[in-house]
Design a protein around this ligand. Structure first.
Ligand SMILES: O=P(O)(O)O[C@@H]1C[C@H](O)[C@@H](CO)O1
Length: 281
């Protein structure tokens, strides 16, 4: 018997209904119990990775909602994830920043980990910027490098098709912005591998991931990207390399180039336009 071929889908909005994990009940989102500031209609959502929440402090005219005050929102339990949904403007562009994300290893289901992405689609968001702290596997990487995520590895697998998950135009824009800001020498590009955590990889595990052609490894981001693509959002991702996994001695530097990472996202915001205005990069 002939083996059946996988079906490749390229139009997220036309995808059939995925499994129950991706289909988390949005009726849990109670619009009447939470009112975003009416003057800020975000078209970009930014998820801040571990220790990267300082980006939200750069927002102008900002209004912050602690997650604990938002009905049914999960709570941050990891250090470096403040737990605020911050609305405001970056470079004059309306956005919403998740100052803190949720991880599978915290005990949340994938549906809850990705719940804020679904909520952001209800708020009118068109583009999702995901950021994270990650361990470098590629021997050419250094601590403090910023890696533009061009693809990911997600072994458990989830529908829909992810062959073009990371937006090529936004990637080009990031390289232009990095060039203008003098950051090109430490802007890398690569494949992010999602693992369950919370322990970092053993040397043996790192070698396996490297042999799979992963460039960096972390414990987040991919479920958010999958749900965002299922909703038809454009996605752009950055990893800040906080440690290297090439030796038994783990050296970690969480400060790295946080300033440059913030400037890069800020520079991009200045040049991303709202689709409704038909001015896409
Ligand atoms: O939210 P991200 O992916 O940045 O968090 C990473 C993974 C772990 O939670 C933590 C490890 O230090 O940072």
């Amino acid at each position: 018997m002939e083996a059946s071929q996988p079906v490749i889908h390229h139009h997220p909005s036309k995808l059939p209904c995925p499994g129950p994990e991706l289909n988390a009940p949005l009726q849990e989102w109670d619009k009447t119990a939470f009112s975003p500031p009416p003057q800020i209609l975000p078209f970009v959502a930014i998820i801040c990775g571990s220790g990267l929440g300082g980006l939200a402090d750069l927002l102008e005219n900002s209004v912050a909602f602690p997650y604990k005050d938002i009905p049914r929102f999960p709570q941050s339990t990891v250090p470096g994830h403040a737990g605020n949904l911050v609305f405001g403007e970056l470079q004059g562009k309306a956005c919403v920043c998740m100052q803190g994300r949720f991880h599978y290893y915290e005990g949340y289901s994938i549906a809850m980990v990705t719940y804020p992405v679904r909520v952001s689609t209800l708020l009118g968001v068109e583009t999702l910027i995901v950021t994270n702290a990650a361990g470098g596997l590629n021997p050419k990487f250094n601590v403090g490098d910023i890696m533009l995520i061009r693809d990911h590895i997600n072994m458990p697998g989830l529908f829909p098709c992810m062959s073009d998950a990371y937006d090529a135009d936004l990637g080009r824009l990031a390289r232009e912005v990095a060039e203008e800001q003098g950051c090109s020498s430490f802007l890398q590009q690569g494949v992010y591998c999602n693992v369950g955590g919370p322990a970092f990889e053993t040397v043996a595990e790192s070698k396996i991931l490297l042999s799979l052609l992963a460039d960096a490894v972390g414990m987040s981001t991919v479920p958010e990207v999958i749900v965002a693509r299922h909703h038809g959002l454009r996605v752009f991702g950055l990893s800040l390399i906080t440690n290297l996994l090439d030796s038994e001695e783990l050296e970690r530097n969480d400060e790295g180039r946080k300033g440059e990472y913030c400037s890069c996202v800020e520079g991009m915001m200045g040049r991303i336009h709202c689709k409704q205005n038909d001015l896409l990069v």
